[in-house]
Design a protein. Structure first.
Length: 329
């Protein structure tokens, strides 16, 4: 799959559920209304959909959500998709998780062929963690991380930078990740979806965080690239690699290699644009994937050149109305 701007599409992120056992303040309102089950793709449909993308050249699959590990029987999907790793058609099967269910599933994930997991941890302070996630418990996530490590999974921690909330914890997080052997990526808040908190109040440009880190460490720009919005640096003193995801302040679109599918089968060609394609209708149109293949090809032909995120300071409205839990992180 090559899009109109010559970019090969090799990375698919799939949200397997919009539900979650946490209610992070920047991601969801506390009283979220979730989709009716009949709108959500079955595990079998998700397998058909991912397999179609693999057939078309996707080499990396990331399952996300909502919280992917709260979907019932989700391991059957991991097991099914693992077959593409065995045939060599897929290089990587991975997931982004809040870590709450990792203690239960880490071993099974490894058996399915998963080697790496991204886990979101915004703070190491249990009270602050409870405030940010509303329903989450830090000790449960820590137990999940221990299990992941023991199972042999490589872990990358994702931390959303929130001004006045966790901007005093950067060094502690860097130290902890160094100690645990985890990679660490900071994420700037993105204006996605309506949430209760005025997002501009917590907006923290990562340039500030980087400058803060530069006062203690020698920060070297790294040429590590993933085709995504992350830019990497290395800390000379420890050799640690840090990622920064800055969609609002940097343009990463020219190297974009990815598309996203929601749990209802909507394909979004760009995280920051509303244009989409309904793959559920195509999946349910026939059993032999003819309609699905055609719908994917047509949609890739519409992948836009770039996004236009902006936090609207006057109206405090998100630039894109769907939540991150819909398209996945
Ligand atoms: N539940 C899983 C988790 O928390 O990792 C996977 C889904 S979550 C939507 C994926 C990532 O998106 C998380 O790292 C989360 O912190 C991040 N995220 C959610 N809402 C965001 C927002 N408005 N701006 C920036 N990152 C956000
Ligand atoms: Fe759930 Fe992840 Fe959103 Fe937090 S960021 S509410 S864990 S989906």
């Amino acid at each position: 799959m090559i899009d109109p701007f010559g970019r090969p599409i090799t990375y698919l992120r799939v949200s397997v559920t919009d539900r979650c056992d946490f209610r992070c303040v920047y991601c969801m309102a506390e009283d979220m209304t979730f989709l009716p089950k009949s709108d959500v793709l079955t595990l079998e449909e998700l397998d058909r959909l991912c397999t179609a993308f693999v057939r078309k050249g996707v080499r990396k699959l990331r399952l996300t959500g909502g919280e992917p590990l709260v979907r019932r029987d989700i391991m059957t999907l991991f097991d099914a998709l693992g077959r593409h790793l065995k045939t060599g058609d897929l290089d990587e099967l991975t997931l982004t998780s809040n870590g709450s269910q990792l203690a239960r599933y880490a071993d099974h994930l490894v058996r399915a062929g998963v080697r790496r997991v991204n886990v979101s941890v915004d703070t190491l302070d249990p009270d602050k963690f409870a405030r940010i996630t509303r329903w989450g418990r830090l000790d449960q996530v820590m137990e999940g991380l221990r299990a992941a490590k023991e199972a042999g999974l490589r872990v990358k921690i994702n931390t959303v930078a929130l001004r006045g909330v966790n901007d005093d914890e950067a060094f502690e997080l860097i130290r902890w990740c160094g100690e645990q052997g985890f990679d660490l990526t900071f994420i700037e808040t993105m204006p996605l979806g309506e949430v209760d908190v005025a997002r501009v109040d917590n907006y923290m440009p990562l340039s500030l965080l980087k400058a803060q880190i530069g006062q203690r460490y020698t920060v070297r720009e790294s040429d590590h690239v993933t085709g995504g919005p992350a830019r990497y640096v290395t800390l000379a003193e420890t050799g640690q690699r840090l990622g920064f995801i800055t969609p609002l302040t940097h343009n990463f679109c020219e190297s974009c290699n990815r598309v996203r599918v929601t749990c209802t089968g909507m394909l979004y060609m760009c995280l920051g644009q509303e244009d989409s394609a309904d793959l559920r209708a195509a999946l349910r149109a026939d059993r032999d994937d003819t309609a699905l293949d055609a719908a994917i090809d047509e949609a890739i032909g519409r992948k836009p050149k770039g996004h236009d995120f902006v936090i609207d300071r006057r109206h405090r409205k998100p630039a894109v109305s769907r939540h991150m839990s819909v398209t996945g992180g």
